[in-house]
Design a protein around this ligand. Structure first.
Ligand SMILES: [Zn+2]
Length: 135
């Protein structure tokens, strides 16, 4: 087989990209600063997309932003001034560490349990199971 033929073969054997993977978008926070606090209005959508509870996300942000957080109705109140960019960076980091499977990069995961500061991530798409430091 010559080089051209090899190249042809390589192309035809490329796996088709998963549409799901390409389409998944990490949600952005819809937030605004009110006085000395920051209100995240779409916490429910973010939690939905992550398939985690609002409390889970709140707990993570409390630790990452080192600020008290409370739930008020459908929004999340952070007791500090946080810019939209800083908040989105944290949310992106959350999805990358705790939502998107490190094996297949799909967001179809759930927590399998927590133990001594570690959380188990279970992927429903590829069956991967791994532990990472909890928050
Ligand atoms: Zn996976």
């Amino acid at each position: 087989m010559n080089y051209e033929q090899l190249l042809d073969r390589a192309f035809t054997e490329l796996p088709t990209l998963s549409v799901e993977k390409v389409d998944f978008q990490i949600p952005e926070a819809d937030s605004l600063i009110q006085g000395s606090k920051t209100v995240v209005k779409n916490i429910a959508q973010i939690a939905d997309k992550a398939r985690r509870s609002k409390d889970d996300i709140a707990k993570y942000l409390t630790k990452e932003l080192a600020a008290p957080i409370s739930m008020s109705g459908s929004s999340l109140d952070i007791n500090a001034k946080v810019s939209g960019a800083a908040l989105n960076q944290k949310i992106k980091a959350y999805f990358e560490a705790y939502v998107i499977c490190k094996e297949c990069h799909k967001p179809d995961t759930h927590f399998g349990g927590r133990d001594r500061g570690y959380v188990t991530i279970v992927c429903e798409a590829c069956g991967a199971r791994y532990t990472i430091k909890s928050y």
